[in-house]
Ligand binder design. Sequence first.
Ligand SMILES: [Zn+2]
Ligand SMILES: [Zn+2]
Length: 444
Amino acid sequence: MLELAISMLKDYHLCDHCLGRQVALVGYGLSNNERGKILKDALVLELFEKAKQDKEAAMILQNIAEMGNILAKNSFEKILDKSSKHSLADGRSCHLCQGLFVRLDDIVKRIVAKLENEDYQSFLVGAKFAPEVIEREDDLRAKYKITTGESIKSEFTREIGKKIMILTEKEPDFHLPDITIVIDLVSQKTILQKRSLYLYGRYNKFIRTIPQTRWPCYDCKGIGCIKCDFTGKRYQVSIEELIAEPILKITGGIGSKFHGAGREDINALMLGNGRPFVLEIQEPKIRSINLKKVEKIVNRKTRGKVKISGLSFSNKRKVQEIKSLAKKTRKTYRALVELDETVSDEQLSQLEKEFRAKKIKQQTPRRVLHRRADLERPKTVHEVSVKRIKEMEIEAEILGEGGLYIKELISGDDGRTIPSFASILGCKANCKKLDVIYLHHTDD
Ligand SMILES: [Zn+2]
Ligand SMILES: [Zn+2]
């Protein structure tokens, strides 16, 4: 190992970090700069006598001394007394890192100042190096056949991470850090990437005419025009905006995404236990929030329209989970149905009897054909119970499997849903009002 160090230091100035890093995989328990320093000290002791006569040994001693090694400096000056041919040069920088590791503390200081106003528990350090730096190290390793080295990037990010940990008392996290610190050594800029905050909860919707998510204006596609009063929106407010806006304000996030476990019709209420959702807050400034308080604030602002409950901290995986759960979730609907003929009580009880655990065929409704493939889907209607409201108006409670189209189950959609309320009652049937009154979650 001393041989290797001798041949490298004969040709190059290397700092303790960069020398030690070439033998990082030998033994355990020392940082690279400790390894580098030990190697250099050992070399100075080894070469001290020889350097008095031998030019090459003197040159190595000089190189080590010029990189700031005290033992080498003092020893070199002793030799210098006798032959005044050599003198120490100032301001030499390391061949590999060009002084990067000398600046570690400065770099860390700037990062810690940046982190001061952030709310986080864990972090991760990443770095972007200029390709020349990586190439210089590759060339050196090829030249001296070094197979025991660690990459400069991994040493650099680890050393920075250790120092940040000590100064901030926050934990490094390699999987889901709250903040990723990206040090770009090319542009000399450091960016903080903040992980999104995910909140899981359920919502109820108590008024009609608001969509679940922000709906861009058809005419201007969201840019703003006369038709939409320059809001860019087809509907002035959505469940998404009602819930997200107060939470964005509290967390100082720059944007949000709303993921519902399925959606109800724009004119349908969402009653009962509520529909699960995940709200993603992008780049939050504050993440340690009191969820009970947040729930109260949201509910005060959205009173009479929307109510949220059961807020909890969540993660990205939950988005997929609630989406796939929604497809399987059975739902109970309440529908107000208008008929074009008077039907008898017998006909109504016949309707209930027909739809007990009934398998039906449902061709994609015409009204959604523009966004869904035209397929015939088998669906199950578990239960229907009806009550007469007026002579030609009934209210039906329908328990159906996920993805069942209720409006078409009632109208028959010109024979695309078989059977239907209309086909069984033998008259026209039209869904006037539709609400979701319960979601039967398997996790309840
Ligand atoms: Zn170096
Ligand atoms: Zn518009």
